[in-house]
Design a protein around this ligand. Sequence first.
Ligand SMILES: [Zn+2]
Ligand SMILES: [Zn+2]
Length: 234
Amino acid sequence: MLSVLKKLYTTTLDVLFPPICVACGASIPDQSAYVCLACFDALTIHTALTCPACGGRRHLTLPPCHKTPYILAAACAYHDPIPQLVWYFKYHKLERLRILLAALLITHISRVIPDISSYIISYIPLHPRKERERGFNQSHLLAQTVADYVHIPCIPLLTRTRYTESQTKQKNRTQRFSNVTDCFACTNPAACTGKNILLIDDVSTSGGTLLAATHALRAHHVRRVIGLVVARVD
Ligand SMILES: [Zn+2]
Ligand SMILES: [Zn+2]
């Protein structure tokens, strides 16, 4: 009975809202796919880490172009369909998108971090008030999915000490930086000491969030921090 209802429901939805690609609007056979084949094919996964200072390619074994507190692992470029996929996931918690975005992250780290078992995974927290409003933390969901897949622990390490405006609402880079400075505190110093940490966020906008979070972790003598995001917003 339930499956009949479900079928009726999805068929009705398909009639009312014909399934279309969230990125380009092309019609697709099944809305649970979210993107058309052409947009899916447009996804390219980066083969190198990124310098957060200049956006250049970075390798763990080569001398860095800039000495930075963390290294950025940005899975993809921020062009279609990535902004749409991230937006739909962030505001609608779509299950298929969790798996798709986590797959991009996993493929990227498998290419750029050879010793992944020497890391622990953590994530950028939301302020508890914001998490209650949204109902979930998209970065935590991605972090847990990646951790389960690569069999390394996902450990909460940070908390937000201030409620901040959304980074995307801040007008310029300076505002974005001052918006997040000192807004994180480490909740589990014992888990940090001597560790390599893969710190997951959905996207990196100014780098201010990952930098502030890294500072909170570095106070507890972590070894290396890699900020892992779906994309770096230029
Ligand atoms: Zn499309
Ligand atoms: Zn650089």
